[in-house]
Ligand binder design. Structure first.
Ligand code: PEP
Ligand code: CO
Length: 456
């Protein structure tokens, strides 16, 4: 039910403190404020309707509060960077089906409710290690994601174009529309678990899924026969989140909720701050501390216990359940030594954030044939390390954050139907970080279900 006034958001032009970030260090932005189209694009975005609603954002926060308490598990997945040209029904449904399949494996395998979230409908902007890229003596601005400039290495393509924020908004609206149709219109009906597997190639992880889907189907039929209402099996909640990197975009899409008078970023339900923009005194932490969405913060291997505690004070001073998610990405070789002091300090301070593992970003390597890749074994090992650390600390391992796709790409090495580097030339599609393909994603879900069984 939509509460009266829920969708009546107004602009946030004068909200106190909301523009403090403008006077702080703002890392990782394109140089485009003086572009002739900047003001018009910003104004248009500010006038556009919200993409998500404050009531949905609040509901997600309640779900995340349950995760923090150990009563549910958060599954976040999607591309490293969404690509405008790939916003197609096939690709979006492939990602949703894969996330739904992973969620079923977890729900049924570990008897835990799963909060489902795509890195989707807004995951367009990328932080880069250098502002510029040089090839054969030619230096151009780095590619910062489709919402800023184009990947092609020409001057015209690489000049940041603020109008691309409007394209990003429109692509996000189209993506969300399809997500809502799929997840509320019967596509996510648990009685269709078998069908989600159709069209995916035969391999061991798929066979294992097929068997589990058969069991789920029998259980659902049993509940139906026993008279349990099947309404809740027909649709599912599906949230979207992205890195809140491009503050011009996030600020222009911030609205005041008419029920509470509080500001919400309406470009997505969940917004996270990346490892490279989480300086305590920086613009990103300040801006996102002032909006009411649930906020994630990536924590890499350099994180000290003090930093984690300071971030809590800044983003979540009220200790609001579900407000803060720490997404740890230490790397398989560092998590077992590096994460415990951070988790223990947060625990001892009496705070209960959602703890999520991102087993992708700490495990980047370069393949001999020149691709950015990750070993599936390292990814699995970081997940195991995450469970071990939380078990030892008596804290709850609340979720996983992965870069994945429903497509049959070859970008990460290994898996039970092993991918090796020689497949990259034909099936490597990502413009930035390598993703798990459909089968590798399912395999990871089975490992997670096993690990979670040990927690419950
Ligand atoms: C990402 O999630 O794609 C990313 C850039 O991660 P991180 O901020 O952890 O490096
Ligand atoms: Co990435």
């Amino acid at each position: 039910m939509t509460a009266p006034g829920e969708i009546l958001h107004t602009g946030a032009a004068e909200y106190p403190g909301l523009d403090t970030w403008r006077s702080l260090t703002l890392a990782q932005q394109p140089d485009w404020r003086s572009h002739e189209d900047f003001d018009a694009a910003y104004q248009q975005l500010s006038d556009n309707p919200p993409l998500v609603f404050a009531g949905e954002v609040d509901r997600l926060k309640r779900r995340l509060a349950a995760v923090a308490q150990g009563e549910a598990f958060l599954l976040q997945g999607g591309d490293c960077a969404e690509v405008f040209d790939e916003i197609t029904a096939d690709r979006i449904s492939g990602k949703i089906k894969t996330i739904l399949q992973m969620a079923v494996v977890l729900t049924y395998g570990a008897s835990v409710p799963v909060v489902k979230m795509g890195r989707m409908a807004g995951q367009y902007a990328k932080p880069r290690s250098s502002d510029e890229e040089t090839r054969d003596g030619v230096t151009l601005p780095s590619f910062r994601g489709d919402i800023v400039n184009q990947y092609e290495f020409t001057e015209e393509a690489r000049i940041p174009d603020p109008k691309r924020m409007l394209t990003g908004y429109n692509k996000s609206a189209a993506t969300l529309n399809l997500i809502r149709a799929f997840t509320e219109g019967g596509f996510a009906d648990l009685r269709a678990v078998q069908q989600w597997n159709k069209g995916f190639m035969d391999n061991p992880a798929h066979a294992q899924y097929q068997q589990l889907a058969g069991e789920v189907e029998r259980a659902v039929k049993f509940m139906h026969a026993a008279g349990v209402s099947s309404d809740s099996l027909k649709r599912t909640e599906f949230y979207v989140g992205h890195e809140g990197l491009l503050l011009d975009y996030e600020r222009a899409l911030t609205r005041i909720d008419s029920r509470t008078g509080a500001p919400y970023v309406t470009s997505g339900h969940f917004i996270w701050i990346g490892e490279r923009t989480r300086e305590l005194d920086g613009a990103h932490v300040d801006y996102l501390s002032r909006v009411r969405n649930p906020i994630g913060i990536k924590l890499g291997p350099s994180t000290t216990p003090e930093t984690a505690l300071q971030l809590i004070d800044k983003i979540d001073p009220e200790r609001e359940p579900g407000r803060l998610t720490f997404i740890t990405r230490f790397g398989a070789s560092k998590i077992r030594d590096g994460l415990p002091p951070v988790v223990e300090a947060v625990r001892d301070a009496g705070h209960q954030p959602v703890w999520v593992t991102d087993p992708m970003h700490g495990n980047n390597i370069n393949s001999a044939n020149g691709y950015k890749t990750r070993r599936f074994d390292d990814i699995m090992d970081e997940v195991r390390g995450f469970f071990e650390v939380h078990k030892a600390a008596g804290t709850y391992p609340g979720g996983v954050h992965v870069e994945m796709t429903g497509d049959d790409v070859a970008e990460c090495i290994g898996g039970s139907d092993p991918i090796d580097e020689s497949a990259f030339d034909d099936r490597y599609e990502s413009l930035v970080d390598p993703r798990l393909n459909h089968k590798q994603s399912l395999e990871l879900a089975f490992l997670l279900a096993e690990s979670l069984k040990g927690v419950k």
